[in-house]
Design a protein around this ligand. Structure first.
Ligand SMILES: Cc1cc2nc3c(=O)[nH]c(=O)nc-3n(C[C@H](O)[C@H](O)[C@H](O)COP(=O)(O)OP(=O)(O)OC[C@H]3O[C@@H](n4cnc5c(N)ncnc54)[C@H](O)[C@@H]3O)c2cc1C
Length: 437
């Protein structure tokens, strides 16, 4: 298929958001008698799952401090659970164990879970936490953890497989997918709407555009001639850059993944730990004395996980992955911290630093000025899905966007409108050492 001259719905990007929008939009157009999947074209410059969605750890959780995030994640969870085979979804739960500064926040989240009917267990107090964790892993040994929030839904998906599953579902609904064209610019009508989308394979006349380009958002934002500066949500009256880039540090230890097993022989929940206990290497050197946060899971061929991201500046990553592989290579510093933290938590990981993988992993994410997504019409006919790197788990955003494009409104997406910056109405910040909690 070449690039058509004209299309009713053009979706840019074949990651989780572009493909979820395509699949759900194709379904709703048909159900509502407004068209068919043939009215939709997804264009992707590289390949399906070439961006952040394909390198994501695949965590799916609902432990967000902000109510709008919790509600949106519960909706996403329903979608993950609706088709676990196509979405390559492992519903193993998600367990967060945290130090004292985060205990109150986790208690608040647990209360909200109860109100919203989302199943989770909350445990507080150092001894109670240790006992709970040893009930899951007999060799749990981390000290000074004050609270546990154990979500009984959630878990993780195999990221590339999930995105290919979405692509298959979209194509089964007759949505078209064209890999090759890179969007290079836009031509506007006098009312500010987009008339033509320019690509390196020619221009295409469009009715409605959905931008779902993940970490490439800053590039696309410029092409759409949108403002790069917003009122700073953390510094009233000051302006700040809207997009900045953090490298998500992730890696693997190449050991038999079945070492990561619960006391009763099951695949464990995804484990997330926040702490400030100093970490030491296997030969006794101090490797980290700041607060730290890590997560880990049993992967297909290894134990995989990550740690707090590092800032790579606002300009450095304007084309975050360039023409190279989408990975950000982590180095010794990451593995020193991450493996030391695993060994700090569970005896079974002592002595495993030598199995740190040399393979590239991790990747770059684009974060907004308040670290929350922007889901909004940024031109009269251009809907932007810019998830501020929250997004692999947000498979339900495309479903809500499909509703909007077929004439409905979305209460779930409303809190993430762009004008919150002008109105200084950012969501509350948690105490987590991660920018995405
Ligand atoms: C290392 C890492 C780990 C992560 N782990 C998790 C996790 O465990 N859980 C979680 O919820 N989130 C996670 N995230 C965040 C999550 O992956 C992203 O928020 C989400 O995948 C973004 O999806 P997307 O569809 O917007 O973008 P992407 O998946 O990046 O897709 C965008 C697509 O657009 C294409 N594109 C870009 N520019 C153009 C153009 N000009 N023309 C045509 N096509 C274009 C790209 O090639 C790409 O395929 C992680 C991110 C990283 C980097």
């Amino acid at each position: 298929m070449g690039l058509p001259k004209k299309v009713k719905y053009l979706i840019i990007g074949a990651g989780v958001h572009g493909l979820s929008t395509a699949y759900h939009l194709a379904k709703y157009l048909k159900e509502k008698g407004q068209g068919t999947g043939q009215d939709i074209l997804v264009i992707e410059k590289s390949s399906i799952a070439a961006g952040a969605s394909g390198v994501a750890c695949g965590n799916v959780r609902c432990n967000y401090y902000q109510e709008p995030m919790t509600r949106l994640m519960m909706h996403c969870m329903d979608i993950w659970e609706s088709d676990p085979d196509y979405y390559a979804y492992n519903s193993v739960g998600y367990l967060t164990a945290s130090f004292a500064p985060m205990a109150e926040g986790l208690a608040t989240i647990h209360e909200r879970h109860k109100q919203l009917g989302y199943p989770s267990t909350f445990v507080q107090g150092e001894q109670a936490v240790k006992k709970y964790m040893q009930g899951v892993f007999h060799d749990w040994q981390a000290e000074k953890l004050e609270a546990v929030l154990h979500e009984h839904r959630g878990g993780h998906a195999w990221s590339k497989q999930a995105i290919h599953g979405l692509a298959i579902k979209a194509e089964k609904e007759d949505a078209r997918l064209l890999v090759g064209p890179a969007v290079t610019g836009f031509q506007f009508n006098s009312d500010g709407s987009v008339k033509m989308v320019e690509t390196d394979m020619g221009a295409i006349e469009v009715g409605q555009v959905v931008v779902a380009v993940g970490p490439w958002i800053k590039q696309m934002w410029r092409m759409l001639e949108l403002p790069n500066q917003v009122l700073d949500p953390r510094n009233p009256g000051q302006m700040t850059e809207l997009w900045r880039f953090l490298a998500l540090q992730e890696g693997e230890i190449e050991i038999n993944p079945y070492i990561h097993i619960t006391n009763d022989g099951a695949r464990p929940p995804l484990i997330h730990v926040d702490s400030d206990v100093p970490l030491y290497s296997e030969d006794g050197h101090l490797v980290w004395d700041q607060p730290w946060g890590i997560y880990f899971k049993r992967d297909k061929h290894a134990v995989q996980g990550g740690a707090v991201p590092v800032d790579v500046g606002s300009e450095a990553a304007i084309d975050p992955y360039g023409s190279r592989s989408p990975y950000y290579c982590v180095g010794d510093d990451f593995y020193d911290l991450w493996v030391a933290s695993l060994a700090h938590c569970m005896k079974r990981y002592e002595g495993t630093r030598k199995y740190a993988s040399a393979k590239p992993s991790g990747g770059v994410g684009a974060f907004s000025a308040d670290n929350f997504p922007v889901f909004d019409f940024m031109c009269p006919n251009v809907y932007v899905i810019a998830d501020s790197n929250h997004g692999f788990k947000m498979i339900g955003v495309g479903e809500q966007v499909a509703r909007i494009l077929t004439g409905e409104t979305s209460e779930l997406l409303a809190p993430f409108s762009f004008n919150r910056f002008a109105e200084q109405k950012s969501l509350p910040k948690s105490n987590a050492p991660f920018p995405w909690m």
